[in-house]
Design a protein around this ligand. Structure first.
Ligand SMILES: Nc1ncnc2c1ncn2[C@@H]1O[C@H](COP(=O)(O)OP(=O)(O)OP(=O)(O)O)[C@@H](O)[C@H]1O
Ligand SMILES: [Mg+2]
Length: 202
């Protein structure tokens, strides 16, 4: 018989647990994490070779990619942010984000570039998508916030129609020892990157 788990067992309890962990990090820990995640990402050939990347603006204790955004701009990469799809409920579009982009706040209170059709970047043109997550395991499985937004938007990956690299980024405290149970709709991550480690898909 295995030892009793101290971790919450279902997805919604897990989300609560790991969101509270990341929200309790101090400002100093958050700053340190964002500096170290930049070093980790910069060491990846895939990032150095990427021309078009998508990332996110941190919310709810997520690891902050602001330094990565600055770096990507400096390197002349095209940087995109997710924007709620205007017609397709539960889907995202990726929109170019520049220093002078006009921002609006979406219905979740998250800032996003004001949608201008000319700035939409098709997923097939993205080299890397950095996704936020709530929890992950050693084989790079991801548990998100529960909206299924990334899963729906990147579902063509499962059908091999598109092939961006999808890397989850997280604090070390978001790692689940015991493994996550994936659902058939969960899009695969090739890697999970934390300030101290990189976990590859098995
Ligand atoms: N490709 C899809 N088509 C239709 N529904 C989907 C798809 N992917 C996910 N869903 C639905 O979205 C819901 C939430 O999915 P899930 O619990 O995996 O969210 P998540 O990965 O944590 O969220 P997010 O991607 O927004 O961070 C599920 O109940 C599922 O039915
Ligand atoms: Mg999912």
């Amino acid at each position: 018989m295995s030892a009793p788990s101290t971790l919450p067992s279902n997805r919604s309890q897990m989300r609560k647990h790991f969101r509270s962990l990341r929200n309790s990090l101090s400002q100093t820990q958050q700053l340190d994490a964002s500096e170290r995640i930049l070093v980790q990402i910069n060491a990846l050939t895939q990032y150095r070779n990427a021309n078009v990347i998508a990332c996110y603006l941190a919310q709810d204790g997520e690891i902050d990619l602001e330094l990565l955004i600055q770096d990507a701009w400096q390197q002349g990469k095209t940087l995109c942010l997710p924007v709620l799809h205007p017609f397709c409920k539960g889907h995202l579009v990726f929109v170019k984000y520049q220093q002078n982009s006009k921002m609006v706040t979406n219905r979740f209170g998250i800032p996003e570039p004001k949608l201008n059709v000319a700035d939409i970047v098709p997923i097939s043109l993205l080299d890397i998508v950095f996704t936020p997550l709530v929890a992950f395991d050693d084989s790079a499985q991801r548990l998100g916030m529960g909206g299924g937004f990334y899963d729906r938007t990147l579902a063509p990956m499962i059908r091999n129609e598109i092939s961006p690299q999808v890397y989850g980024v997280a604090h070390d405290c978001q790692r689940v020892d015991e493994g996550l149970v994936n659902e058939k709709w969960d899009i695969p991550m090739q890697k999970i990157i934390t300030p101290s480690s990189i976990f590859n898909a098995s």
